[in-house]
Ligand binder design. Structure first.
Ligand code: SAM
Ligand code: SF4
Length: 448
């Protein structure tokens, strides 16, 4: 619940940004923050002392969208108490809902797509001084962050969007409708950014895209994801390169060779399976079957030692029978993912699957999700247990969430979280940790 404050400090420009959804949104917010700071705003985590409230939204699942609309409703009270506050909505939900947001919440002042970030001055001036609403949800013709300042949350690991949008039209997904077609960022822009980050002592580069394997398909120069990885691997100073997400249909042997060859690319691949049933995969328009998926996993494991594989999967897609779901359970048992992000299918009105018959009842979807999570928990427990006694290299990236004195956490190259007792000056360092205890989600160790 939002509680009304007694007073407001309005003399200064203060911006409150709340981000929903994936890492790409987090990175978009970092650019929005950078741009706002350039315009004279300071950033605040206290919504009540802000005079600009910005929600960077997601709409992949209906629940998040409901949550965002509910927050917008609560912000109405803040605006009623302080007429200086302006409210903007950007991101996927803004691009999906467009003017509907004004209809449902007339007190929203502006709506924009993340590619309008360089227009934030014009946008906020139109609202504040022109006393008008502003909406622009189009994507810019090219995807570039050139000349846009960025205020990153971490000083160790940097999100780097290499592409935006998606051409795949999985039948359940709204992303191609909200973010538009794939747009790759130019190779030289990405390379320059990574060089600057390396100079600023960033250790880990996390490359982002909805389907990084198709990077470069829309660029005139002959750019491929593998070539980009090789270029980045040669930049001095950085220690680790990660990327997400890989679509199985585009996962090439060339990429496997590149991961094997490039010493800075982490031993972790996130490869969403979505379902283990060929019937459901076809209805999802995923463009691969389970045989194809299993073969990629085999190739990856045969060629890269000690590789962690994680996945996304969904239960309750329309028409999913118990047999189809058992196929997913079987695939999970056979493949043994290190970790899985599991979701209940959510009906999105723009996506083709929303008109499919045989929507699975929510109770059944919840039951299947629980069964899948329990199975994965057992698998992750078994995999992590085997790591007890091993010495792993960890990039220390934060104080432990539980805020226990001297407890820090970091990640292994295989993307496992390791908690251990350490010191502040280890932040950003690669250290060796001996694993003494494990849980399905976390490893606990002692600094060597
Ligand atoms: N581009 C990535 C890919 O194809 O794997 C994933 C991006 S999507 C935003 C992240 C995950 O959300 C998907 O892998 C999928 O499991 C899940 N997802 C997408 N649409 C969904 C829906 N309508 N209901 C439930 N989960 C969904
Ligand atoms: Fe959505 Fe499929 Fe594109 Fe991923 S690949 S963003 S799931 S349409």
């Amino acid at each position: 619940m939002l509680i009304q404050p007694n007073n407001h400090r309005e003399n200064h420009l203060k911006a409150f940004i709340k981000t929903f959804g994936c890492q790409m949104n987090v990175n978009d917010s970092e650019y929005i923050a950078g741009q706002l700071v350039k315009l004279g705003y300071s950033l605040t985590e206290d919504i009540f002392e802000s005079n600009l409230i910005l929600l960077n939204t997601c709409c992949v699942r209906a629940k998040v969208e409901q949550k965002i609309y509910s927050l917008i409703g609560k912000i109405k009270k803040i605006k009623e108490n302080n007429s200086n506050v302006i409210l903007g909505i950007c991101g996927c939900m803004a691009q999906k809902e467009k003017e509907n947001i004004f209809k449902r919440a007339p007190y929203v002042d502006f709506i924009f797509s993340p590619s309008q970030v360089n227009n934030l001055e014009e946008i906020t001036n139109t609202v504040k001084y022109g006393n008008k609403k502003y909406i622009s949800c189009e994507n810019a013709p090219e995807f570039s962050f050139n000349h846009i300042p960025v205020k990153r949350e971490s000083k160790i690991s940097a999100w780097i969007q290499i592409m935006r949008g998606c051409n795949n039209y999985c039948s359940y997904c709204v992303v191609p409708y909200t973010r538009g077609p794939e747009q790759s960022r130019g190779v030289s822009e990405i390379v320059s950014e990574v060089k600057i980050l390396a100079k600023n002592k960033y250790k880990e580069m996390f490359l982002l895209g909805q389907n990084v394997n198709s990077y470069g398909n829309d660029l005139s120069q002959s750019a491929t994801f593998s070539k980009l990885l090789e270029l980045l691997n040669n930049i001095n100073g950085i220690e680790r390169i990660r990327f997400t997400t890989s679509h199985p249909k585009d996962f090439s042997f060339d990429l496997i060779k590149t991961i094997k060859k490039c010493n800075k690319i982490c031993n972790h691949i996130h490869l969403p399976i979505q379902s283990g049933s060929n019937k459901i995969l076809k209805m999802m328009n995923r463009k691969y079957d389970i045989n194809y998926y299993n073969n990629i996993i085999k190739e990856i494991r045969n060629n890269i030692d000690n590789i962690a594989i994680t996945t996304d999967a969904m239960v309750g897609f329309p028409g999913e029978t118990e047999e189809d779901f058992m196929d997913t359970l079987r695939a999970f048992k056979e493949i043994e993912f290190d970790e899985a992000y599991t979701f209940i299918y959510s009906n999105r009105e723009n996506a083709i699957a929303s008109i499919l018959p045989d929507q699975v009842p929510l109770k059944l979807k919840k039951e299947r999700l629980w069964r899948l999570i329990e199975l994965q928990k057992d698998i992750s427990t078994k995999i992590n247990k085997k790591l007890e006694g091993e010495i792993l290299e960890v990039l220390v990236d934060k104080k432990s969430k539980k805020n226990i004195k001297n407890q820090f956490s970091g990640r292994t190259g295989t993307n496992k979280t390791v908690v251990f007792t350490g010191k502040q000056d280890l932040l950003g360092e690669l250290v060796k940790v001996k694993i003494i205890k494990s849980s399905p989600w976390t490893l606990y160790g002692e600094l060597i």
